[in-house]
Design a protein around this ligand. Sequence first.
Ligand code: NAP
Length: 246
Amino acid sequence: MLKDKVAVVTGASRGIGRCIASRLAAEGAVVILNFNGSAKRAEEAAEEIRRNGGKAEAIQCDVSNFSACETFLADVIKRYGRLDILVNNAGITRDNLMMKMKEEDFDAVIDTNLKGAFNCMKFASRQMLKQRSGKIINISSVSGVMGNAGQTNYAASKAGIIGLTKAAARELASRHITVNAIAPGFINTEMTEVLPDAVRAAATAQIPLGIFGEPEDVAGLAAFLASDQANYITGQVICVDGGMAM
Ligand code: NAP
């Protein structure tokens, strides 16, 4: 379905990003797995894709760094000749109640989650505009849709992603570039593994389907939005959350 499309997935060393990268590669895309600090794990993820017959490469770039993103994406576009799919998945949490939240924890989350997505979209869309085609998928969160106590920084970054998605969708639509957001609920990854049992139980109680989701649940939607089947879908926020935000 994605044969020979070139895809960049940020934060693909583990969790949802790694799963999206594998899924896009299984559909035939050439996938660049971006990571920041986890070189070994990103390389293992790329190697697993290659072992399964796919095409993949791991490349380091801190998405919060504007000039590093320019260099990273220029390098990908130069070497692969095009860029068809960008998945902005890299994200961090620094949870705390607002009264206790440090300035650096607010800034770090906004810089990685929101500015990181802007940085990559800016330098990817330049090429997509030339091609007159492209699919951009931004990973938001139900936290950005509903808010969540203890996550003012994270919820703001993820709500920001929704605004970024809709504004960019309007800017890029005339060149057949679609921009959509996926808002996952609670998904089983290292990010949620650290939740205390009481928080986990309270979260599960808010999910109509009664369980946490799996990275594959998000990856399936990302692959669909990256495909030609989704050509007429843009500016949308789709929740993958077991019904939590309805
Ligand atoms: P995760 O397991 O913690 O993985 C996060 C990924 O982001 C890692 O690959 C990490 O790579 C990368 N990353 C972090 N900072 C980066 C930076 N500055 N530059 C480049 N890469 C960076 O998280 P996850 O649960 O898979 O979450 C993936 C995305 O889904 C995030 O945007 C998250 O907010 C969102 N989400 C997750 C859930 C959930 O329940 N898990 C729910 C809603 C939304 P390095 O280790 O190399 O830094």
